[in-house]
Design a protein around this ligand. Structure first.
Ligand SMILES: [Zn+2]
Length: 247
């Protein structure tokens, strides 16, 4: 059976002499593993459309849940990423993060547009790289079911907790004085960081990368979003380490 779908290339692995195994994020079918025969051959018609971090319109042949690429046309190549090593490294981390959050063969309708908007914001420098990263990390965690409970202190219910802290393991918000024993490792949230996190969680996806905060809040927000993600997922990312090494 043939299917046609837009897909974002999250990963490519060389396979045999001239082929690629692609990890592709689609809206309707989640993450797919796709064989692209001859994609590395000189003059291949699908070479541009099978590059990492490219959005392509693909025709796939499906046979017993195995997918083979038959045609592909690149729709968006995010050129700004190809001209800046730091942005390319950050985009590659976004791809590894989507790869880890997406389900195989199950629809993931929110993750693909979220990722595409993040790559576009990065490529076009619509915001600072640090803010795009923080907003993408936190919102991607929300779509994957790891949304922190930031509405009020989890113990006394105060909407603006006194000296707010966030539990990195439990995702709860508390006043420093209310923090329960089982909350585990907590980080302090300044009022500016808490407001920014609430904004990231609730704003419409289209406006996600269009906000600004002061430099100190940006620095703290970036640290909290990354720490929350790494703690919740319980793993590191080689692409994140690489991004930090070239930043
Ligand atoms: Zn409280």
């Amino acid at each position: 059976m043939y299917i046609t779908t837009p897909g974002l290339i999250l990963r490519e692995t060389e396979y045999k002499e001239s082929s690629l195994i692609l990890t592709v994020l689609t809206a309707d079918r989640g993450k797919l593993t796709v064989q692209a025969r001859g994609a590395r051959r000189k003059g291949s018609k699908v070479a541009a459309a099978t590059q990492l971090l490219t959005l392509s319109e693909m025709t796939l042949f499906e046979n017993r849940e195995r997918y083979t690429l038959t045609e592909a046309r690149s729709v968006e190549e995010f050129r700004g990423l190809r001209e800046d090593l730091g942005k390319l490294a950050l985009g590659t981390y976004f791809a590894e993060l989507m790869d880890s959050l997406a389900d195989e063969d199950a629809p993931n309708p929110e993750l693909l547009p979220l990722g595409l908007n993040a790559l576009y914001a990065l490529s076009e420098s619509l915001n600072t790289d640090a803010l795009v990263k923080a907003a993408f990390e936190l919102r991607a965690m929300c779509t994957a079911g790891f949304e922190p409970a930031l509405a009020a202190c989890g113990v006394c219910g105060k909407e603006r907790p006194t000296a707010a802290v966030l539990s990195l393991e439990g995702g709860g918000l508390y006043c420093a004085g209310c923090r329960p024993e089982g909350a585990g490792e907590c980080v302090t949230l300044s009022p500016g960081v808490l407001d920014a996190m609430r904004h990231i969680i609730s704003v419409s996806p289209k406006r996600l990368y269009a906000f600004s905060v002061g430099p100190e809040t940006e620095r703290r927000l970036a640290r909290v979003c990354e720490a929350y993600l790494l703690t919740q997922l319980g793993r590191g990312f080689g692409t994140l380490d690489f991004y930090k090494s070239v930043k």
